[in-house]
Design a protein around this ligand. Structure first.
Ligand code: IMP
Ligand code: MG
Length: 175
């Protein structure tokens, strides 16, 4: 691994506070609706686990795993499903939960994929919206934090499978 240093960007307390606020918003918006929460593996697993506990409404949960061919820190645009959702979503309200949106290529592709399954609605909730390298215009409906740039790790986010376990979010500074 290249020599690097981790600089804290968002503390566990900040993350928990923001997740609680997002959950409050989402709970209000989905009152009396049949909600299916879909997490994108692997990065979203911790954010989703926190979000649904704060949400505390009777939602169903499923996961999808996508593979994109590219370098370790950049998306390539070529995406395929390696594990699809298993719950039926036709006629249901879907909330996609993602760790971070960068180029937007993954999210744009996934939204097309899910809309092909005829849900009643699809919205997106992202922990981090990183806007500088956006290529596909995807505007997330619920956003934890906005950053312009930087490679982030922790709270589910990885760098080459490292650092997902960290309770805070850090920026990787290459030395
Ligand atoms: P996009 O298709 O470029 O929007 O990339 C989205 C995916 O790239 C995310 O689901 C992450 O898995 C990964 N990614 C993008 N930026 C970061 C980052 O700063 N840290 C960790 N993973 C990232
Ligand atoms: Mg991801």
């Amino acid at each position: 691994m290249e020599k690097h240093q981790l600089i804290q960007r968002f503390s566990a307390d900040q993350l928990q506070q923001r997740v609680r606020e997002l959950a409050d918003e989402i709970r209000t918006d989905y009152r009396n609706r049949q909600l299916v929460v879909i997490g994108i593996l692997k990065g979203a697993f911790i954010f989703l686990a926190d979000l649904i506990r704060h949400l505390n409404i009777p939602s169903e949960v499923d996961f999808i795993r996508l593979a994109s061919y590219g370098s370790l820190t950049e998306s390539s645009g070529s995406i395929r499903v390696t594990k699809d959702i298993e719950l039926p979503i036709a006629g249901k309200h879907v909330l996609v939960v993602e760790d971070i949106v960068d180029s937007g290529i993954t999210m744009a592709w996934l939204l097309d994929h899910l809309r092909g399954k005829n849900p009643e609605s699809v919205k997106t909730c992202v922990c981090i919206d990183k806007c500088e390298r956006r290529e596909k215009s995807v505007a997330a409906d619920y956003i934890g934090f906005r950053v312009t740039q930087g490679f982030l790790v922790g709270y589910g986010l990885d760098w080459s499978e490292q650092y997902r376990y960290l309770p805070d979010i850090y920026e990787v500074k290459f030395l």
